[in-house]
Design a protein around this ligand. Structure first.
Ligand code: EPZ
Length: 418
């Protein structure tokens, strides 16, 4: 089993270029199913979730190659319309393939994705949206048998919650639906804007991403494209949190600073000096971190739930107490027990976590509970006095192509060992 060995307690100093965004490239890879030709996706991170997506595309009949950070998908000939169970289980966000497969082939089969470390991951809103577009979905013991019947029809869909995945699934299905689809209360995340840009680069007619109302005019002929994926705002937020936790001076580049302004404003309030430019953010932390006003996770442009764990890790060593309220997922405090092993003083009541800042953390052997919880433990280990080992790296490797290389570039003493 591989593990990360971290020697903490020293300030960081350095600059790192941020990888492509996991939560943008996954729907974009699903979208390549819509184009009966070749789609070239650049700045594609080399992470486990991309590998799983490429396996799904190959299973469907695509040619899918990754060379460095460029992925080439040839979806001219599709021969299947099902997502293999083991890939559905490995990557629950594979439900994002439903809309694209239905739009292209008129039928789709996949098992229920099941819950995960963050709690139940229902897909009721995904299914309700596809049904409203004319999709027929039978839930059997094996999973979901979906067919587009007489073809998907555009319609107005008002989302009960601004779900990222549901918004993306509808965008993809609507590209293959007759007429106009209007999504109201759509998710506004930057990754949705990236998906719209990709779809338009293929010839689709999608407008409004980034706002709460997105309109798609379906059945446009789609053509080949070469598209560069946006940088990963959560990876950038994680590395800035490491700078806040360990102290020193950290620069993340290749990133749009506007995408993580709620995170940088919290880190500024905690006492860091943050300077942003066109495509970089520099954070300097010299004095002690201070507690901040309550942090409530919310849909974009609110504080991102994916940054809750790494920012919490940084605030474990601070003056005063900080309250977190996790409003998006039911169980997203799996990292708290592991942070306590390092000396953190945290109490959790349901969706609320109270962090009592302490002067120092100490190294420990800790286990990643999930992707963002795992990266939070690495952030804490860089601040802690002494040695830490972090296991459960399969979670971290789902979202980070080279976390030890990136943090090493920032001066962190971290290496991977078997
Ligand atoms: C996306 O997940 C991201 N994943 C998540 O990142 C991110 O935390 C989340 O959006 C919120 O920003 C990808 O993009 C691959 P949602 P998604 O649908 O689409 C409930 C990471 O660490 N819901 O916006 O699944 C759901 O249970 C991951 O990179 C329903 O009830 O998130 C949750 O409570 C973690 N029914 C809330 O909506 C549904 O049909 C928001 O989820 C769908 C969702």
């Amino acid at each position: 089993m591989s593990k990360l060995l971290v020697t903490g307690g020293e300030p960081l100093e350095g600059e790192v270029k941020i990888q492509g965004a996991k939560n943008s490239v996954l729907p974009i890879l699903a979208a390549t199913v819509l184009n009966p030709g070749v789609s070239v996706i650049q700045n594609c991170p080399r992470i486990r979730d991309v590998t799983a997506s490429l396996e799904i595309l190959r299973h469907l009949g695509c040619r899918a190659e990754q060379t460095g950070d460029t992925v080439t998908i040839d979806a001219t000939q599709l021969v299947r319309h099902d997502v293999p169970d083991e890939l559905m289980r490995e990557m629950r966000s594979s439900v994002i393939f439903l809309g694209a497969i239905l739009a292209r082939l008129g039928e789709a089969v996949m098992c229920m994705p099941g819950g995960c470390e963050l709690g139940p991951r229902p897909i009721d809103l995904h299914l309700a949206s596809i049904r409203k577009m004319g999709g027929e979905i039978r839930e059997t013991s094996e999973g979901l048998n979906c067919s587009a019947g007489a073809g998907l029809k555009g319609c107005e869909l008002s989302l009960a919650i601004p779900s990222v995945g549901v918004t993306e699934n509808i965008m993809l299905a609507a590209c293959g639906a007759q007429g106009l689809t209007i999504i109201t209360n759509a998710a506004r995340e930057p990754e949705i804007v990236d998906l719209q840009r990709l779809l338009c680069s293929m010839g689709a007619d999608v407008q409004g991403a980034g706002s709460s109302v997105i309109t798609i005019t379906g059945c446009r002929p789609l053509h080949d494209t070469t598209y560069r994926v946006m940088a990963d705002r959560i990876v950038a937020a994680t590395y800035l949190s490491a700078g806040a936790a360990a102290g020193g001076r950290v620069t993340v580049s290749g990133i749009d600073y506007r995408h993580l302004s709620t995170v940088t404003s919290v880190l500024s309030e905690a006492g860091c000096a943050v300077r942003s430019g066109n495509d970089f953010i520099t954070l300097v932390r010299e004095g002690p971190l201070r507690s901040v006003r309550p942090i409530r996770t919310a849909p974009y442009p609110g504080f991102p739930t994916d940054a809750q764990a790494p920012v919490m890790a940084a605030l474990c060593v601070s003056q005063g107490a900080t309250m977190f309220v996790e409003n998006i997922f039911e169980r997203r405090y799996g990292h708290v027990d592991e942070l306590r092993r390092m000396g953190a003083d945290i109490s959790v009541e349901g969706r609320v976590a109270l962090i009592y800042g302490i002067p120092k953390l100490h190294g420990a052997a800790v286990v990643s509970p999930d992707l963002r919880g795992g990266t939070a433990l690495v952030v804490a280990a860089l601040a802690a006095e002494g040695e830490s080992t972090v296991t459960g790296l399969h979670h971290i490797d789902r979202g980070h192509q080279d976390i030890e290389g990136d943090l090493g570039a920032l001066g962190g003493q971290i290496r991977r060992a078997e």
